[in-house]
Ligand binder design. Sequence first.
Ligand code: GRF
Length: 203
Amino acid sequence: MTINLAVLASGRGSNLQAIVRATEEGKLDAKVVLVLSDKADAKALDFAREKGIAAVHVSPKDFAQKSDYEAELLRQIDQVDCQLICLAGYMRILSPYFIQNAKVPVMNIHPALLPAFPGLHSQKQALDYGVKIAGCTVHFVDEGMDSGAIILQKSVPVLDDDTEDTLSARILEQEHQAYWQAIQLFAENKLVVEGRTVKIKGE
Ligand code: GRF
């Protein structure tokens, strides 16, 4: 069954693009029906509009409280028939209000092998720590920060001469595969969540 996705993005939108590309190539049985952004100038919004996808800027500044802002996001999402909310470079932490009131699961991609290096600048955190393996994680979003149940992870080597930029680029390449693959597993109803553990049916 084709599932509909609502995507929240704040910036460049390369993960959004990779998801849309996977749908166009027939690898991902899903359709992005709505892109929401907290930033008016997010490239993700431009890309969505070029593709004819509904794209809406919702400014947090227009709302007195975070929950009011998030209620508007949820209202927009409720207007479309979607089965999954995907965070793709959405740079705000969703409050428990959003998670408790979302009618469908929320997924996120993080550029580190969680639970290592949550939060911002994960690739720099990994370099500073001196790890030899870095990577990305697709996970369900819970009320914590980058703490939800892990669906897929992909690893990359850290090279001696890596900078934050070179390591980020190597990880990003893997992000662009991992995200659509995780969404496809969800679309195929293959993800079985048992507490912190996500099992993949048939694997
Ligand atoms: C990615 O590295 C993603 O893992 C992180 O933010 C970045 C967003 O990049 N959450 P893009 O906007 O998808 O290009």
